[in-house]
Design a protein around this ligand. Structure first.
Ligand code: NAD
Length: 483
């Protein structure tokens, strides 16, 4: 563990994300020694809070108990609050003075981490003011961490990128996709490139199809305003799902390093097959949850239009046309109010070329990476049943990373903060990844926006509409995960 020195300036410091994710993540880094005495956090937002109140909010956000409580108070004493309207230039002068004072007090050496935990429409003006009001320092690094959504299509993402890029070079822009901070998502590269067994099989000669499911059991909850204008395609597919697709299909990087990994991910996303409108209709399904099992439908939710056509579920079949994966269907689905909250990847291998055990049937080999909730990897294989005769049975090899005496998984935000402090952007999305992902998603969105009658329905608590199952049945497949 290397101790890091940094001044964090969190825009949107009173917000939901800051309280639920950022403060607990920073506290864990403090407990583990990544942060010790030489750090400070300035929270900014419009509300007129005092430092004391802010520190209380931070302590509450951490939910520490017992012996940890003492640490919480020491930790929270590094937090300062500055009431700030991001559109007001004068406020940045006050912010600079506070930043300089804290930099000296905690001997931080000019390292600044700007976390933009607020609506992206403010990112441009914040970036501009950080530069013009000299809140960026010459002495240390100046990194901006940006939350999703990064635009709502390619054009707006490009505009946003330029607005930030005018003041911060790409190497200092850390675009968060918190899936990339999850242990089991990071395990994809470990499994693929750490085992010759899998490296050898990881291609269209041996893989029959890939299935990615990111399902949520919750409904739209408090984020209705945003969700209503975004929908599942923009909210989940453009970022999390396509990031997972890129990790699963990228070629082997020259080394495990930021530059080499990003290069291959960009290339994989660039190789996503672009669909014609007819192909979009054939290969993508969108749907909305309707009341069932005691839960109300999407259109009955607060702040949602009675005739909303926002999709809360997407399923699709896509292809990455690179050397190793062309021809392998990748089925994806994500949605709200599904039967279970789960994130998993199923990789189905092709059948044996001949079955010497016929008429016994051979089960399909499937490698599953369960990202959540269990966090495990398992592989279905055929083995002999104990006893006389020769009967086969389907069994599985299980691997639980947490059952080897290793501790529980760190939260994604904690890992990503640690990476950003170390200047390592491997697990953040490069602009070109964002750009290719949006271009792919835009084709689907454009087709949908031109038709009005293809929004399916699914009951709350199901695994989506029948059209999602049909998408696979057509190819002689089915979703391995049935909820
Ligand atoms: P929020 O509405 O809870 O918080 C927004 C913050 O911005 C508040 O602190 C508010 O005071 C501040 N703010 C708004 N206008 C301001 C202004 N003019 N000047 C200064 N401060 C202003 O939002 P959130 O849920 O914390 O989300 C923040 C960002 O993170 C959003 O872009 C959101 O899409 C993204 N995000 C949130 C989550 C989540 O789980 N909450 C997950 C992923 C991404």
């Amino acid at each position: 563990v290397t101790e890091q020195r940094a001044l964090f300036i969190i825009f949107g410091g009173t917000g939901d994300l800051a309280k639920r994710k950022l403060y607990p993540a920073l506290f864990n880094l403090y407990r583990k020694g990544f942060l010790k005495e030489n750090f400070a956090v300035i929270g900014t937002a419009r509300r007129p809070w005092t430092d004391e109140h802010f520190q209380e909010v931070v302590r509450d956000a951490i939910h520490a108990e017992g012996a940890l409580l003492k640490d919480t108070s020491r930790f929270a004493s590094h937090f300062y609050y500055q009431s700030h309207n991001v559109n007001d230039t004068e406020h940045y002068t006050t912010l600079r003075n506070l930043a300089e004072k804290l930099d000296q007090k905690y001997e931080i050496g000019g390292n600044r981490m700007f976390y933009l935990a607020m609506s992206p429409r403010f990112f441009g003006t914040i970036a501009k003011h950080l530069k013009s009001q000299k809140i960026v320092t010459a002495a240390g690094y100046n990194r901006v961490i940006i939350e999703k959504p990064f635009g709502r299509d390619f054009a707006s993402a490009e505009e946003l990128n330029e607005a930030i890029g005018r003041y911060f070079p790409e190497k200092d822009v850390f675009r968060i996709d918190h899936y990339l901070g999850k242990e089991m998502v990071q395990n994809i590269l470990a499994v693929r490139f750490g085992n010759n067994l899998f490296r050898a099989l990881w291609n269209n000669r041996y893989i029959d199809n890939i299935q990615i499911t990111l399902s949520e059991s919750l409904g739209v909850e408090e984020r209705a305003g945003y969700y209503e204008t975004a929908g599942a395609l923009r909210d989940m597919v453009q970022n999390h799902i396509l990031q997972i697709v890129s990790l699963l299909t990228m070629n082997m990087p020259a080394s495990y390093s930021e530059t080499d990994i990003r290069r291959e991910k960009i290339y994989a996303l660039k190789s996503l097959r672009k669909y014609t409108p007819e192909e979009v209709e054939k290969n993508f399904v969108r749907a909305q949850y309707k009341a069932a099992n005691g839960q109300r439908g999407y259109r009955e939710e607060e702040k949602i239009a009675d005739d909303s056509s926002t999709e809360t579920f997407v399923a699709g079949k896509l292809f990455v046309d690179n050397e190793n994966f062309s021809g392998v269907p990748i089925y994806i689905r994500t949605g709200k109010r599904l039967s279970q909250k789960t994130s998993r990847i199923d990789i189905a291998f092709k059948a044996m070329p001949t079955n010497i055990f016929a008429p016994q049937r051979l089960g399909q080999n499937v490698l599953t990476i369960n990202i959540e909730p269990e966090g495990k990897i398992f592989m279905q294989i055929n083995v002999k049943k104990i006893g006389q005769g020769f009967t086969l049975k389907n069994s599985h090899l299980d691997f639980f990373p947490t059952s080897n005496g290793e501790s529980t998984f760190p939260e994604a935000y904690e890992k990503l903060f640690a990476d950003a402090l170390a200047g390592d952007a491997t697990n953040f999305t490069h602009w070109e990844e964002v750009a290719h992902s949006w271009k792919f998603v835009d084709t689907i969105r454009d087709t949908w926006d031109k038709q009005n009658d293809v929004l399916e329905e699914y009951p709350c608590g199901s695994m989506g509409p029948q059209a999602s199952d049909k998408l696979l049945e057509r190819d002689g497949c089915k979703w391995f995960y049935q909820g």
